[in-house]
Design a protein around this ligand. Structure first.
Ligand SMILES: Nc1ncnc2c1ncn2[C@@H]1O[C@H](COP(=O)(O)OP(=O)(O)OP(=O)(O)O)[C@@H](O)[C@H]1O
Length: 359
């Protein structure tokens, strides 16, 4: 067969091949989740479908449940959930660094090992020694991430700045090619050059492999040019639909504003207006008394208890690694030694005085 004909047949085969429906990185229906089943659910009737090649910004007020959702998407949370459908990259279970899932968030946790709260990213070792086998296995990708993020593989991890340490963590977590990357406020420490290059890298990854990124943030520089979708974790614990920005009316209306009304950062303006709308709708506290809405919102947020209290309570006293404890223990030991020394000195002096007066 002529070379040219063969080529045409190949092309025909591609064009006429039945199109295989792409696996959705996230496909969840009617998911409800409780941290504590005796209390109100933390997430209610959540529906979430994320298509390949989507870059989703996840927004919402402090304490709305964004991190909770991201932990569910990455298998950090796997109990207390009920749903009609739960599929992450086509699997009914999710796990960080498995089946194309990468989670950039939270802390490095190893429960019940005696190392709770100790972060290996602060060890006295070189960046090149962190997860060295993975770095060897994905060397080309490692080198690309080094270029993209501006990493020096000789950095000693315990000497790194917060931003440098974040860069190394991102590099390690993205060594394996992902299909779903979930980012929980992780890029905030990166300077704007590194952040821009990191976002461009994510865009390329989505285009090349049909991957998706869910990025939770309160900071919206880059968001307008980078994101393709937005989703709101609302005050009533219900996730909004995942809106495509190109067709989402409130966003398009903001883009169309001109003159004094022009929004310099349309995503920021949209999120601000949407949050204000939700607070006005939800808050019984908000009455027409001319009180500043932001004051009412902050009063309400101030009533929330500390979010990490659950972690601290769960860890209890079993590990001994509560921040500051080691210092306190060392000081206590030191003071005990000094107390003993003082007592011995006093007894010796008293003895000497008694012996002296007897002579
Ligand atoms: N381990 C836990 N046990 C019980 N409740 C929890 C736990 N972690 C979080 N919560 C509660 O779940 C709710 C949602 O918390 P979450 O951290 O998901 O909010 P968020 O939207 O990510 O907030 P932020 O913007 O402040 O990061 C909060 O009311 C919080 O107190």
């Amino acid at each position: 067969m002529m070379e040219e004909e063969k080529k045409m047949e190949d092309i025909d085969a591609i064009v006429t091949a039945p199109t295989k429906p792409a696996v959705l990185p996230v496909d969840i229906r009617n998911l409800t989740f409780h941290y504590d089943s005796t209390k109100e659910p933390n997430i209610v009737g959540l529906n979430c479908a994320i298509e390949p090649n989507s870059k989703v910004i996840l927004v919402g007020a402090n304490g709305a449940g964004k991190s909770t959702l991201l932990r569910i998407l990455t298998g950090q949370i796997f109990m207390g959930m009920k749903s009609d459908r739960f599929s992450i990259n086509g699997m009914p279970k999710a796990n960080d660094q498995f089946n194309g899932v990468a989670y950039l968030g939270g802390t490095w946790k190893r429960r019940r090992t005696g190392f709770e709260g100790v972060c290996p990213y602060t060890m006295d070792c070189a960046a090149s020694e962190m997860m060295a086998n993975w770095q060897e296995q994905f060397k080309e990708r490692r080198d690309e991430l080094v270029r993209v993020l501006g990493i020096n593989l000789d950095w000693r991890m315990h000497e790194c700045s917060d931003g440098q340490r974040k860069k190394v963590r991102i590099m390690i977590k993205l060594l394996r090619p992902f299909q779903l990357c979930v980012i929980d406020e992780f890029a905030a420490d990166l300077d704007i050059f590194s952040r821009k290059r990191f976002f461009d890298f994510l865009t390329r990854e989505c285009e090349i492999r049909g991957a998706a990124v869910v990025y939770c943030t309160h900071i919206f520089d880059q968001a307008d040019e980078w994101a393709t979708h937005v989703a709101f974790m609302q005050l009533n614990k219900v996730l909004s639909p995942v809106h495509r920005l190109a067709t989402y009316e409130p966003y398009q209306n903001i883009l169309a504003r001109t003159g004094r009304d022009r929004a310099m950062c349309p995503m920021y303006t949209m999120v601000l207006e949407e949050l204000e709308r939700q607070y006005r709708e939800q808050s019984e506290l908000f009455v027409e008394d001319n009180r500043c809405l932001a004051d009412v919102i902050m009063d309400q947020q101030g009533m929330e208890l500390g979010d990490d209290r659950f972690e601290a309570e769960a860890a209890g006293d079993q590990t001994g690694w509560v921040s500051g404890r080691l210092t306190r223990q060392l000081i206590a030991e030191e003071q005990q030694l000094k107390r003993v020394e003082r007592a011995e000195k006093r007894i010796a002096l008293e003895k000497a005085a008694t012996t002296g007066s007897n002579n």
